[in-house]
Design a protein around this ligand. Structure first.
Ligand SMILES: CC(C)(COP(=O)(O)OP(=O)(O)OC[C@H]1O[C@@H](n2cnc3c(N)ncnc32)[C@H](O)[C@@H]1OP(=O)(O)O)[C@@H](O)C(=O)NCCC(=O)NCCS
Length: 147
């Protein structure tokens, strides 16, 4: 199976599908709602999704900081029914390729403690003490793309 990662345009039907997935996977389990996130500036971000049969099965968002050549990876989620099949990896790779092409040499992210091993496998390293965000223990992680 060839996984197709698409770049998702802001405020389109597909964008709304990825928002729904983010809400299901990253917000509802914490009794939060994506409607209360600050998403007003998301037109500035680069959205990636895996859409199959009209459903978003994976999502990740790149926040570009072109001036310091840094990209921030956020809102990484795959649907439960497709976990462990390479969807997450394909999304991160697509984000990294985009970042490199657009002059970013470092990716930074905040990983929930239970996703750290996922990012380690993809070449990220831990670069902070644990800290709390949305009530969950997180670690800052980074990867130099130019290495
Ligand atoms: C973390 C998450 C994005 C991984 O997505 P996925 O589609 O299952 O990932 P992949 O199938 O591409 O996995 C890539 C590799 O990482 C491994 N892996 C995936 N999740 C892992 C985890 N939580 N811990 C350890 N290894 C993990 C896979 O086994 C696979 O290994 P392989 O390359 O040796 O086969 C997904 O589990 C998820 O959405 N979790 C809930 C939300 C979340 O935690 N998001 C991250 C917030 S920081």
């Amino acid at each position: 199976l060839q996984l197709k990662v698409s770049q998702i345009k802001h405020n389109t039907k597909d964008y709304n599908k990825t928002l729904e997935l983010r809400n299901e996977i990253l917000r509802k389990p914490l009794n939060l709602d994506i409607k209360n996130d600050d998403i007003y500036d998301e037109d500035q971000h680069i959205h990636f999704g895996i859409i199959q049969e009209d459903k978003a099965l994976g999502v990740v968002v790149l926040v570009p900081h072109y001036q310091n050549k840094v990209g921030k990876l956020r809102q990484m989620a795959t649907a439960e029914e497709v976990r462990g099949k390479g969807y997450g990896k394909a999304l991160v790779k697509a984000l990294e390729n985009y970042a490199l092409k657009h002059g970013m040499s470092t990716i930074l992210l905040h990983s929930r403690f239970y996703a750290v091993d996922f990012y380690l496998k993809l070449g990220y390293e831990i670069c902070s003490e644990p800290f709390e965000e949305v009530g969950i223990e997180h670690f800052k992680m980074k990867k130099m793309l130019s290495e």
